[in-house]
Design a binder for this molecule. Structure first.
Ligand code: HSE
Length: 409
């Protein structure tokens, strides 16, 4: 067991940030499993008294400390922090603080990992701890560990599938004749949908997951904002009637594939032939099909939304963190560069590495969040010292052309 993840009683101590649908299910799963090496030591929630009054508070341990102060939870002797707040801010800052304090982090936060995963993974590596996010994609379906540990021996060229349980639930019930608005309300009531369901139906939830899978499976950094999305809110009963005539049904499909020297990625409703396995999935089912150069197609499927399904992935990551098992790390060069940027407190915004360049002289581009030119110059000096760097990196500033563009170096 990793020395940092144990205390004198030999147990990994877990702090849960956020006692909502998933947090409650995680506590319930930990209680049900009764894992001897894991202790639920802290539960943080803003309105902690209200949470403590819930019947579901019984899933906490006898010794679990309830707190409304995130500083107390992060400053506690917990060795693993489980972030279940969602959204980018303040979750990003809290995770940074936990990693910097030498705590491993488990998160289900897809937006954060899609936008800032590279930076946070580098920070985890620099601090000798782990950042695990299996629950960020496909709930209880072990797609991320499956790809990381089971498909690192292949070159994956395409990912396609159903990455949003709410959309699958809505579209499969509409296929059976139910009305969009009624089914969406049910999905919200059952805890499948995001707090703002536009993220589900508009495709933004699925595209974050698609970007994470592209990173894990194809080592490609996609900017979520550049992935095309189309809402399912415009799909009507009449569309299902015509789809049926064409031998199809309608599903929200997410696809990313290598094309020529670049990448194609998109999320939106599609006509799916009835004989396709994608058409057979109903309810909150997720399905991911990876296509490898050597292994061909591999299919992952199961429940992608809901507290209990998601808790399976969270608890599996807690167990992995407690055992100190290391995920397959970022490619060495990427992690060295990320380390150099972390040293000068520059945050990575995106990382681009396109195929088509000689393998012994790989070219790639890192963009950062806005920062001082002197910060970038210090980072470039550090990077130039790396053995893997064949030439001093070229630093270019980005010209601000309108209010939406941010200056990056
Ligand atoms: N709202 C998400 C979904 C939850 O429906 O898939 C799981 O990420």
């Amino acid at each position: 067991m990793n020395e940092r993840e144990t205390k004198s009683n030999g147990k990994a101590r877990v702090a849960i940030l956020g006692y909502g649908t998933v947090g409650i299910s995680v506590a319930k799963a930990l209680q049900m499993l009764g894992l001897p090496s894991i202790e639920l030591s802290q539960i943080f929630n803003r309105d902690v008294a209200r949470k403590q009054a819930l019947p579901e508070a019984r899933f906490a341990g006898f010794d679990t400390v309830w707190t409304g102060s995130v500083d107390e939870a992060l400053g506690s002797d917990a060795t693993i922090v489980v972030e279940l707040i969602g959204g980018v801010d303040p979750a990003r800052d809290w995770i940074r603080r936990a990693l910097t304090a030498g705590k491993s982090v488990v998160t289900a936060n897809k937006q954060l990992i899609a936008y800032h995963g590279v930076e946070l993974l580098a920070l985890a590596e620099a601090n000798g701890v782990q950042l695990l996010y299996g629950a960020a994609v496909a709930g209880g379906v072990p797609v991320i560990p499956g790809i990381m540990q089971g498909q690192s021996g292949d070159r994956i060229t395409r990912i396609s599938g159903l990455l949003n349980g709410t959309c699958n639930y809505i579209l499969s019930r509409m296929e059976a004749g139910d009305r969009y608005a009624d089914v969406l309300a049910d999905a919200q009531r059952l805890g499948y949908a995001e707090s703002d369901p536009t993220a589900d139906v508009g495709g933004f939830d699925a595209r974050a997951k698609l970007c994470i899978l592209s990173r894990v499976a194809m080592h490609v950094e996609l900017n979520p904002d550049e992935v095309g999305t189309q809402t399912i809110a415009d799909v009507d009963a009449v569309d299902f009637a015509y789809a049926r005539e064409l031998g199809c049904t309608i599903r929200q499909v997410s696809r990313a594939q290598r094309e020529g020297g670049g990448m194609y990625a998109r999320v939106g409703p599609m006509l799916v032939p009835r004989e396709s396995p994608i058409a057979w999935s109903h309810g909150t089912q997720n399905m991911v099909v990876t296509t490898g150069t050597l292994g061909g197609d591999v299919v992952f499927s199961g429940h992608g939304a809901g507290g209990d399904a998601t808790a399976v992935a969270v608890v599996s990551d807690i167990v992995a963190a407690a055992q100190g098992s290391r995920p397959v790390s970022l490619p060495v060069i990427v992690s060295a560069i990320a380390g150099a940027l972390a040293q000068v407190d520059a945050n990575i915004d995106s990382l681009l590495q396109r195929p088509g360049y000689p393998k012994h002289r790989l070219a790639f581009v890192v963009t950062t969040e806005p920062c001082r030119t002197s910060t970038i110059e210090r980072a470039v000096t550090e990077m130039a010292k790396l053995d893997c760097m064949l030439a001093r990196p070229l630093a270019l500033q980005r010209l601000v052309v309108d209010d939406k563009d941010e200056e990056t170096a």
